[in-house]
Design a protein around this ligand. Structure first.
Ligand code: NAD
Length: 342
């Protein structure tokens, strides 16, 4: 079977991880990645043997630093069937006319407005609706974490409403210009935050409201979630459902002593996971509290990697490489080594 040719436009936090994940798929071929500046990330991409494409007129800057350039970004797009746009929020929309001009499908990221794509996407929620679409938007890291939990509970029991408070990391580890802040910032001061609104781009029927604060850390986000289900349940039923779910890992703080995002990050590093990534949603099993039809829990989201499996499934859905969501999800998860923990 011929592989679908995929370009990655924007080789930063998300783009570099998506590029690596594409190279692990037997139904995809990485055409190349784009860089705007000849910095350490460009050197790393070249070192991995990825073909580098750059904005027109910038080739010499790269060549002067000994970085081989394979062509312009437009040339990369013209050689591809589908592009994963991982440029900074709002830049993807500016590239959209180029993708349309070359008849190339596009997978955008959560920093873009929902209107950039035909549908917002989460593998566990709406893979089937995304099949064959010309453009998809993989929702942001916090939205992906919320949707994984909600769609798993909704499939097994049914969800009526969700309220969630998000403690957001201030910056990614590499963002030297932003840095953690010595404050807890209301994000934004007026409620609700945009995260619940973003969840509704995938689940328009859901009653959801969220609040968020920015906290001084770079490691992960933590959510406090309260969900009302369609019937009464119990802690052991919820644990059973989450244990069976793809892309969710249960951690017991009593058994493991893990009570923080720092310890989760340490486990990922101890296990030699690439870049210390945790693409799974982490749910603290012993945080789960059930009162009738109401479930309350803590969960953690690794912002740099949680959307990577969803990007791979979005490529597969848009390119119609697998019509069954579970075929794509299990293929992605086994190639990325997900849920192999402890
Ligand atoms: P980033 O800044 O780490 O990477 C963006 C890359 O795009 C950089 O390499 C930059 O040089 C490149 N770029 C900038 N302008 C460009 C242009 N005109 N053409 C081509 N490349 C260009 O950003 P990121 O964190 O990877 O975010 C990318 C997208 O993913 C955003 O929409 C963001 O909201 C979303 N996202 C980010 C995170 C996160 O926590 N970092 C999580 C989920 C989703």
């Amino acid at each position: 079977m011929p592989r679908v040719r995929v370009a990655v436009n924007g080789y930063g936090t998300i783009g570099k991880r998506v590029a690596d994940a594409i190279t692990l798929q037997d139904d995809m071929l990485l055409v190349g990645v784009s860089k705007t500046r000849p910095n350490y990330e460009a050197l790393a991409a070249a070192g991995k043997g990825y073909k580098l494409y750059v904005p027109e007129g910038r080739e010499e800057e790269f060549e002067q630093k000994g970085i081989r350039v394979s062509g312009t970004i437009e040339e990369m797009i013209s050689k591809s069937d589908i592009v994963v746009d991982a440029t900074p929020g709002g830049v993807g929309a500016k590239y959209k006319p180029l993708y349309v001009k070359h008849g190339v499908k596009a997978v955008f990221q959560g920093g873009e407005k929902p209107s950039v794509a035909e549908a917002s996407f989460n593998s566990l929620c709406n893979y089937a609706e995304a099949l064959g679409k010309s453009s998809l938007r993989v929702v942001s890291c916090n939205t992906t974490g919320l949707l994984r939990l909600i769609c798993v509970l909704n499939r097994e029991i049914g969800v009526r409403s969700v309220r969630a408070v998000i403690a957001r990391r201030a910056a990614d580890p590499k963002e030297v210009g932003k840095g953690p802040v010595n404050a807890i910032i209301l994000n934004p001061p007026s409620l609700p935050s945009h995260h619940g609104v973003d969840v509704k781009t995938v689940l328009p029927w859901l009653d959801i409201a969220t609040a968020a604060v920015v906290v001084p850390t770079t490691l992960m986000h933590v959510h406090t979630v309260i969900a009302r289900l369609k019937r009464n349940t119990g802690v052991s039923e919820i644990i059973g459902i989450l244990e069976q779910a793809p892309r969710i890992i249960l951690v017991d703080s009593g058994k493991t002593g893990v009570r923080s995002t720092a310890e989760l990050a340490e486990i990922a590093r101890d296990q030699g996971r690439p870049r210390g990534d945790i693409p799974e949603l982490i749910v603290w099993a012993d945080s789960i509290r059930v009162d009738g039809d109401e479930v309350m829990l803590f969960q953690a989201v690794h912002q740099e990697s949680i959307v990577i499996p969803e990007n791979i499934d979005a490529i597969r859905a848009a390119a119609s490489l697998a019509s069954d969501p579970w075929e794509s999800i299990s293929k992605t998860d086994s190639t990325l080594g997900l849920k192999r923990w402890w």
